[in-house]
Ligand binder design. Structure first.
Ligand code: ADP
Ligand code: MG
Length: 729
């Protein structure tokens, strides 16, 4: 008998950690060497071209063609010196990844042969044949033109031997077909709206940027074991597998020492990230076995998002070098924690003030409270589109599974900020405040900084938590493009800040003093938004009831969650802010519905196939062994003895039969359900039918398979089990 049930297991145990070579001793020596950053621009560009790009980044001006030509020359020179032979426009289509098509720098030379060339035109704009990217019907394939256009706010970089230029991706008619275009629009909307509010407090503020610090969770699985699991290979998650007797009960994985092989992988990823100017900082073991986290220092949101996508790509490539496969799926294993991507978000003025950091004096604290309270209102009024922005087939398994924030959106403020809000609420503003009242309030507001900085007030169960100097949107799935959530969050905050300003200005016009007007409106908003504030345990069953009483929405289906995008008020919000016109929004939502249907469809097919050609034959083989055994018993023993001895075996034989029959029956029904769903034309209805009639079979069939896994001889079981996938490395 083989020592290991699988050749794969033997392979895993023989693996040696891969050596990692640091480029240099100090990270600061090689940080950003592959990025065409400001230092390199200074060296390779004329003064005017350099200024054109910096202005575009800092002030949002446009780089004209003449300047673009100069920039292209500089970029090309730098890229070729650093080993690049190709260039590509890199963009974020509405799939789960990024897209690139490489072109060599060469063109025909005037005197025969080829020369290296790269022009401003090629840098600025390209027209990839983009007919196969999802557009939700915006772009019919017969007019397949899509344009990519250079985003000078995110620096170009070299990936292997390709000069990579971050771009937006739009249709021939100008509609956004990607994540970056609307993200840039949303960031610009929040910039404008927030700047106007800042002007109440400080006339020097000219612009406001959003910062994003993402935390990326993931699983690592040994390549040999991964390959032996067709469900992981094809769907990114296990569609079957009985839980391991021990998994995360002892909390012995979280923050424990990182295994050497994994550590080498992390170092390798960090090396690459540093060369690309991505400030990755934190690494640790997560709660579930084989689950880990990586987080950088926060950056401007558009750049941070490019970096997140890039890091995910790097991680996938480097995992292979270390004979791992990385899982970004939100719920690769049933019964243990899934993976999220926390988005830490804040707004910062060009004067360097973090608007979510409590100030040192009453004035800046009023500004701080203005932003916090308006954010509350934005989240309260827009729970449903915020949820829609993070809800998908993968994340659905996670939300509400008592490990991730539930589907109910609420905001955690912590005791100190909550106290401030309560104090403001109680303050008398209907009549003029007495000087004493004013002083009391200001003093208290003024006391926030010390208290908050000392406070270790954390709530890990809240989907949207204030964490001292930022909000942390925690409900995002690990495989997501952060832009999806960042578009909506920045949009709703921009929308609310505009509404707030209108109200304050009205009061000021009618003679109220500015601070007083701000105070009055904030007070009103505090009262209105009370239901969204929750500092308790979001995992508790009681919260579900409590939230329902408060009128907060709770949605557990992907199609229903997505439908929030299609409400008239959502269309108006996005349209008014110039983020999505109706066509763009409809197209995008259609893509999401389509993705959901496809994912469930693929999972159903994979599960059906595996059930029939892996599981059923194995169960039947084991059953035959049992039958053989029973027959032999009958030959050897007397009638009476036999009945006694064979009882347990006979029961097993029947149990196996029952599961096998159920699997076959349910698989048939699942195929029928799919057939019915597939002929539905309307994508929304189709998604609903998939949710209601196809998806339930996934759990149902799985249950029978998992029961068989416990019964069938371990030697025969054809798939690596949870205890092997999660603990062997
Ligand atoms: P935790 O796990 O305690 O939430 P981490 O250190 O893992 O903390 O991640 C926190 C993330 O939040 C990091 O990316 C960090 O750079 C980021 N962050 C810190 N301050 C801000 C801020 N003002 N705005 C946005 N992100 C921030
Ligand atoms: Mg965090």
């Amino acid at each position: 008998m083989a020592q290991f049930r699988f050749k794969a297991l033997e392979e895993v145990l023989n693996r040696k950690p891969v050596d990692v070579v640091r480029e240099d001793n100090l990270v600061s020596d090689y940080y950003g060497i592959l990025v065409f950053d400001e230092a390199k621009m200074k060296k390779y560009l004329s003064r005017e071209a350099y200024k054109a790009v910096v202005d575009a980044t800092k002030k949002g001006t446009i780089v004209d063609r003449k300047m673009a030509d100069q920039v292209a020359q500089g970029m090309k020179a730098w890229a070729i010196e650093n080993g690049a032979t190709h260039y590509t426009h890199w963009f974020h289509p509405l799939t789960d990844g990024t897209a690139e098509k490489h072109d060599a720098f060469i063109i025909h030379g005037a005197e025969g042969g080829v020369i290296e060339s790269f022009s401003g035109n090629l840098l600025s704009q390209q027209e990839p044949d983009a007919s196969s990217f999802p557009s939700g019907g915006i772009r019919q394939t017969f007019e397949a033109r899509g344009y990519t256009a250079w985003d000078p706010t995110s620096p170009a970089f070299i990936s292997e031997t390709t000069l990579t230029i971050p771009t937006i991706f739009i249709s021939y008619t100008g509609e956004a077909l990607d994540y970056k275009t609307p993200l840039l629009r949303a960031l610009s909307a929040v910039d404008k709206a927030a700047t106007e509010i800042c002007q109440y407090f400080d006339k020097n503020v000219v612009s406001v940027k959003a910062n994003l610090g993402w935390e990326q969770e993931y699983f690592l699985i040994d390549e040999a074991l991964y390959m032996a699991r067709p469900d992981l290979v094809l769907t990114g998650r296990t569609l079957m597998g009985h839980s391991s007797s021990k998994d995360q009960q002892l909390d012995d994985h979280y923050f424990s020492s990182i295994p050497t092989r994994v550590n080498r992988f992390m170092q390798d990823v960090e090396n690459e990230a540093y060369k690309l100017g991505i400030p990755v900082k934190t690494r640790h073991n997560e709660v579930a076995p084989n689950q880990f986290e990586l987080a950088p220092i926060y950056e401007e949101a558009n750049l941070a998002n490019d970096h997140n996508q890039l890091v995910m790509d790097i991680m996938q490539k480097i995992a292979r070098r270390h004979k791992f496969r990385i899982l970004f799926h939100e719920k690769p294993f049933a019964g243990i924690n899934g993976s999220g991507k926390h988005n830490n978000w804040s707004l910062e003025t060009d004067t360097g003030v973090n608007l979510y950091k409590p100030g040192k004096n009453p004035k800046s604290n009023l500004q701080f409270l203005t932003f916090v309270i308006n954010t509350l209102k934005a989240v309260y009024d827009n729970q449903d589109i915020l949820r829609a922005s993070i809800y998908n087939a993968g994340n659905q398994h996670r939300l509400g599974a008592n490990e991730a924030p539930p589907s109910i959106i609420s905001v955690f403020l912590g005791t100190e900020v909550s106290k401030m809000l309560d104090l403001m609420e109680e303050a008398v503003v209907d009549r003029k405040m007495t000087p004493d009242e004013k002083t009391a309030l200001k003093l208290n507001i003024g006391r926030i900084p010390e208290i908050i900085l000392d406070s270790t007030d954390r709530n890990r169960t809240s989907p949207f938590a204030f964490t001292g100097n930022r909000f942390e949107f925690r409900a995002i799935g690990s495989s997501a493009n952060c832009a999806s959530a960042m578009i909506v969050l920045n949009a709703v905050v921009a929308n609310q800040l505009k509404a707030f300003k209108r109200e304050v200005d009205l009061l000021v016009e009618s003679g109220t003093k500015k601070d007083e007007a701000i105070f009055q409106v904030l007070k009103k908003v505090i009262v209105e938004t009370k239901p969204i504030r929750f500092n308790g345990n979001n995992y508790a069953r009681e919260w579900i009831e409590e939230a329902a009483k408060r009128g907060l929405s709770n949605v557990n289906s992907v199609p229903e969650a997505l439908s929030a995008y299609l409400r008239p008020e959502s269309k108006k919000l996005f349209n008014d802010l110039g983020i999505f016109n109706e066509t763009e929004l409809a197209g995008r939502v259609e893509v999401e519905y389509e993705k959901f249907v496809m994912k469930v469809q693929i999972e159903a097919r994979v599960l059906g196939d595996l059930a029939i050609n892996h599981i059923v034959p194995t169960a039947v083989r084991y059953q035959s062994l049992l039958l053989e055994n029973v027959k032999n018993l009958k030959d050897v023993f007397s009638e009476n003895e036999f009945e006694n001895l064979a009882k347990g075996r006979k029961e097993l034989i029947i149990e196996i039969s029952e599961h096998v029959s159920a699997i076959k029956e349910k698989r048939k029904e699942m195929i029928e359900a799919r057939k019915k769903a597939n002929v539905i034309e309307d994508i929304v209805e189709k998604a609903e039918v998939y949710e209601k009639t196809v998806k339930p079979y996934l759990d149902d069939i799985r249950n029978h398979i998992d029961k068989l896994e416990l019964i069938v001889d371990n030697e025969l079981w054809p798939l690596p089990k949870y205890r092997e996938l999660l603990f062997v490395r």
